[in-house]
Design a protein around this ligand. Sequence first.
Ligand SMILES: Cc1ncc(C[n+]2csc(CCOP(=O)(O)OP(=O)(O)O)c2C)c(N)n1
Ligand SMILES: [Mg+2]
Length: 805
Amino acid sequence: MAVKKVKAILKDYIIEVLNDYRIANESRQVSLLGRKEALTGKAKFGIFGDGKEIPQLAMAKVFRNGDWRAGYYRDQTFMFASGLMTLEEFFAQLYGDTDEKFNPQTAGRLMNNHFATKTIDKNGNWLDLTKRKNSSADISPTAGHMLRLLGLAMASKLYRNNKELKDIKKFTVNGNEVAFGTIGDASTSEGYFFEVLNAAGVLQVPLAISVWDDGYGISVSRDYQTIKSSISEALKGFAKEGKVSGYYIYKAKGWDYPNLCKIYEEGIAKCRKEHVPVIFHITELTQPQGHSTSGSHERYKSKERLKWENEFDGIKKMREWILKEKIADAKTLDKIESDAIVRAREAKQNAWENYMTPLKEKRKDFINMVDISMCNCAQTDKIDSIKKELKMVSEPIRKDIISSGRKILRLICDQCSNPHNSLKKNVTAWLHTEMKDDHERYNTFLYSDTPRSATKIKTVTPVIEKDSHWVPGRQVLRDNFEYLFGKYPLLLAFGEDVGRIGGVNQTYEGIQEKYGELRITDTGIREASIVGQGLGLAMRGFRPIAEIQYFDYLLYALQVMSDDLATLQYRTKGGQKAPLIISTRGHRLEGIWHSGSPLSMVINSIRGVYVCVPRDMTRAAGFYNLFLQSDDPALIIEPLNGYRLKEKLPANIGEFNTPVGVPEIIEEGSDVTIVTYGSCVRIAQDAVKQLKEFSISSELIDVQTLLPFDIHHTIVESLKKTNKIVFFDEDVSGGATAYMMQKVIEEQKGYYYLDAEPRTVTAKEHRAAYSTDGDYFSNPNAEDVFDAVYNLMHEANPAKYPKIF
Ligand SMILES: Cc1ncc(C[n+]2csc(CCOP(=O)(O)OP(=O)(O)O)c2C)c(N)n1
Ligand SMILES: [Mg+2]
């Protein structure tokens, strides 16, 4: 019996090893073919995982349902071995196939070997993430994914330790999920790597980072990248020492299959159970084909290095080991290898046909439709030559067909249009249908398109009753947060000074005492990974508010907001979401780094995230209330000087909301429209008062959100009445005022209602000086607004409004 059992185990082991060997070989073969596809022009670019196959097999063995990956472009073998991608899908990515049936992870929106599993369905509902292996969507900026990795790992800790979440089902099983990260050796030089490693060590979260060390970052060798030329040496101080918390650090050779299997099994088991983070430094990896299809590694690797890479090729080494251990004979392995070549070719062929057949059909249909046999106008020759040219394209893409269609449409003359079968009508209808189709293909899912889109939430206005109390603005927020923490068990807030003291402006005062440190907590000073933490947590079902203490410091976090958060829904074509709220406070305080309002920098880099600029705390609270019902990410900028100003405490605290894209008319007027937001509203109100004394009637509009901007075109309605407009804020000139101007004058067609040139009132080019009146001379003030408006009135009617100075 015992012998039988041993034999059975041995048999299973042999099957497992040979299956791994097959996956490694198939993975290698698709890499080799992939490069050829790119070099022969069938793909635009290719980056592959050859040389990194073996450790990924080991990692995949311990990657379970519910676990997460945040990695980079070398991980194809891991994806194959985890059952998350087929070889056909590998090629579909390479060709940029936009058909989700064939390229479900990115639908052609990302370059090849960028991986992303689905976490939500088409209506934005969460899938059961405990029953699937999850890969957060990759991005290209090196180490950029480290930030979200922190949040993915943190979620397990919170789910395990917060007993009130024991009924949460779709995201966790007792916090047992490990967040697997992968990164290249050279990318560990990025600051984010160290920032996140430090934070994960402090937090003690189940994060397992594998460094695929092939000695190079493109052409730059490890000596230029890493102190002591070894990341595990460099990180020795991070190691766990007895009871002192830290990391388990493993180091192994990337071609040593049995040892890799052993360390991954051991390391991940500890990580899962103890929630201690782990580093796997995997050395002696290779790049058989160099970095990518953009160049060849012979340019920078020595002959000796190339020879070594050949000898220490992981697959070759695995073969040697299988033979040495007598797990299989050479014939068996030869067969696996030759089958892998066949299978890779077949996958390539299938993917290419899937991609090309519909395109060729589309071209055929189009050419048949443009039937000019009945035309006798002068342009038929030109039309014919465009058709011929299109026919000649051996591998047509949509651009070829649409571009031909648009050019042909210009040449179809109205005279030859048969009313019953009008060529013009047919081509026009075809073009409309195609453009709609391509819009869906390439331009959707910047924001959520589900019923939980922030634009679709029913508006609930704040209820102010006769006996409502006047309270400082910060209390409106505080009371509102207290209510929200009670209402949403998955709501979290964290940031610098947010936990114990309740925020630098006391907007969370007493909330940690009431709801505990797991819900509301202090973080280290690490803005980028505060946002990353929020992003990862939001991807795992939490509703985080990640606080950046001051708007000026948002720059540290702008990269992750721009490259990762803002593109998430788009780059997965609605396959993943992260409804994260980033909160900060800005506008008008003291000096260069405490007064900023660089809104153009923000709105122009984070399209995909809504940007809210409330003028007071009731409006700010309304945005938190709105976004917690929505599945869109948002940035909410509280007006710094509004915490102490009194507001009436709404009776329906926590329930009212502030709609997005809906400006509010603060003052009605007839002479001029003033458009502004945030703290500038109060300054504009002062200016409006001053203007009134000169009998100038201003209509003052608070846009409330810059993204989205005035979705119902309220502002142009005001302009129709006043025919004059001033855009005012404290960004630089050409900044957010220019953005607002473009929206109103071009998009809303405000141009047609102007009687005078549109004006902007902005800050100076330099930042605000600290000196007590530095603000007055750096930022725009009520007098500047007054002058801008008055001068407009003067130009229109110099007799009534004589020049002042
Ligand atoms: C922020 C950023 N800088 C530069 C690049 C260009 N780039 C892409 S990959 C790469 C090298 C990465 O090397 P390594 O991390 O060792 O990974 P490997 O490709 O060797 O596996 C560079 C510089 C980038 N993608 N992102
Ligand atoms: Mg490298």
